[in-house]
Design a protein around this ligand. Structure first.
Ligand SMILES: Cc1cc2nc3c(=O)[nH]c(=O)nc-3n(C[C@H](O)[C@H](O)[C@H](O)COP(=O)(O)OP(=O)(O)OC[C@H]3O[C@@H](n4cnc5c(N)ncnc54)[C@H](O)[C@@H]3O)c2cc1C
Length: 476
């Protein structure tokens, strides 16, 4: 996994000729994911070109920044809000993810109980359920399909894990899991590898770039000003500087997720930037689709630590991703990490193993994107510069739903308004720290090697058992 050849641009993806591209878009950005490539007629907002003052300035126009601006205006429609983005809306993880939306705000209910206690885990679980209902309604015209999710088991032990997590969920009042035998799951999606599955209700699939664009439109309608292609190079007190202008504000909100250490290096104690990789196929013909079934179109994950995740797009392409996350020492997050030929090769092999009937399927789109993970696998929040700068980040690969809740939290923090959300342990407590470099890279190598052995059926070694005692997880 760590012996990779990485190309330095987005040339790994072949642009499809039937896509409508806006002439003014930067070619690299269009090619950084299937979703960004198939975005229609997007006109970025002008860059910041002078010094201005606003009440709240949000840095980063991924889901966190967009939802924060959206909820700020809901809380106070007269507020003067600006959003500053280094590239274009959705350039980061928000425009490059798989679009599989989970109702969970936590990474797993069992972890939430371990970190926050049963009462708070229950609150978090119900916040997640309400959030997904509201998101589904908002995103109805963003190809949102409330399909639920299939957690497929490739071994008997994974089936047991599925049953255990459903049992934990039901103790928190979250029911509705449906267990499928090998025969039943193959009727849903026909892979020879499946031994069973849990069909988990609540979640769904979405086109993430359509969702980001819709939140941006709603924000603009409410009067939020956007400045794209405006990279913040300095943060001082409550003022940000770009190459062509400054914004001073009462409050600055950093919604920069895996890029946050570029502006606040001290936060590296609390998160690690990782890269996940995805490929997307050509559209399936009717007979190709019939060979696998998938008429209920669920987003799918399997039960390994480094699992595959996959879904159908609205035009019946298969999106195939891997959580075999890559850490680029020392905490690199830049274009040089956007591709990994070795991950693409592994994705091709794993796809053919799962669906031999589609062995000839071509995958013209491929890309990687940054994910911020924490030791507890849930986001964290805080303030610096005497409370004038507020941040929220670290969603792992579960950010589509949880960034919407984070937007509410950050908006309430910025306006000092009360909310039950601010009382959540997840908001009040910081995650256990990661070691700094050079130990960080070594630790990631050791943990990754150990987890890979568990995925091959070995028992957890002493290192993993020790991390478990401290509730420390490693996952994208
Ligand atoms: C490959 C991949 C697959 C994923 N799959 C899923 C999935 O299926 N389901 C799910 O729920 N989650 C998934 N995720 C995670 C999810 O996409 C993220 O958790 C979520 O998008 C984070 O949103 P964000 O707004 O906090 O961060 P981002 O979307 O990364 O936004 C941060 C923004 O800040 C901007 N920025 C950074 N620095 C500066 C600066 N100095 N000046 C100005 N702007 C700046 C960036 O350009 C970026 O647009 C996946 C992520 C990846 C990468």
């Amino acid at each position: 996994m760590f012996d990779v050849t990485v190309s330095t641009s987005c040339q790994g993806m072949l642009a499809s000729s039937n896509m409508v591209h806006s002439a003014s878009m930067n070619k690299n950005i269009e090619q950084c994911s299937y979703w960004l490539a198939s975005r229609h007629n997007y006109e970025p907002s002008p860059a910041l070109d002078k010094d201005i003052r606003v009440q709240v300035c949000v840095v980063g126009a991924g889901f966190t920044g967009l939802w924060t601006a959206y909820f700020l205006k809901q809380l106070d429609p007269s507020l003067d809000v600006a959003v500053v983005e280094q590239q274009v809306v959705g350039y980061g993880g928000s425009g490059r993810n798989a679009g599989i939306v989970s109702a969970c705000i936590d990474h797993s209910h069992a972890l939430a109980i371990a970190h926050f206690g049963r009462d708070d885990a229950q609150r978090l679980a119900h916040v997640g359920l309400q959030n997904i209902d509201e998101l589904a309604e908002f995103a109805a015209d963003c190809d949102f399909e409330k399909t639920g999710q299939l957690h497929v088991a490739l071994t008997d032990a994974q089936m047991e894990d599925c049953r255990e997590s459903a049992a934990v969920a039901s103790t928190l009042g979250i029911g509705g899991h449906k267990f499928l035998s090998a025969e039943e799951v193959k009727k849903e999606l026909n892979s020879p590898l499946y031994l069973g599955a849990a069909w988990v209700p609540g979640g769904g699939i979405v086109n993430p770039v359509k969702l980001a664009d819709k939140v941006k439109r709603k924000c603009e309608d409410a009067g939020v000003r956007f400045f794209e292609r405006s990279r913040v190079v300095e943060l001082k007190d409550a003022e940000i500087t770009t190459s062509s202008g400054k914004i001073s504000a009462d409050k600055i909100i950093l919604a920069t997720d895996s890029y946050t250490h570029h502006l606040l290096p001290q936060l590296l104690w609390r998160f690690i930037p990782l890269y996940d990789y995805i490929v997307v196929s050509e559209p399936l013909t009717d007979s190709q689709l019939a060979s696998i079934g998938w008429s209920n179109r669920q987003g799918v994950t399997d039960g390994r630590t480094f699992f595959n995740y996959y879904r159908l797009t609205a035009d019946n392409r298969i999106l195939w991703g891997t959580s075999e996350a890559m850490y680029y020492s020392p905490n690199r997050v830049d274009e040089s990490c956007d591709h990994s030929e070795s991950h693409y090769a592994d994705l091709a092999v794993s796809f053919k193993r799962h669906f031999p009937q589609l062995a000839d399927l071509q995958f013209p789109y491929r890309w990687g994107g940054p994910i911020a993970s924490t030791t507890r696998l849930t986001p964290f929040f805080g303030t610096v510069n005497g409370g004038k700068v507020i941040y929220g980040l670290g969603y792992t690969g579960h950010g589509i739903g949880s960034t919407r809740v984070a937007g509410r939290i950050l908006a309430h923090m910025a306006l000092a308004k009360e909310s039950d959300l601010l009382q959540l342990e997840m908001v009040k407590k910081k995650p256990f720290p990661y070691p700094p470099e050079p130990f960080r890279g070594l630790a990631v190598n050791a943990v990754t090697a150990s987890l890979r052995k568990v995925d091959k059926g070995e028992k957890p070694n002493l290192l993993l058992k020790a991390l478990d005692v401290f509730g420390i997880g490693f996952s994208s």
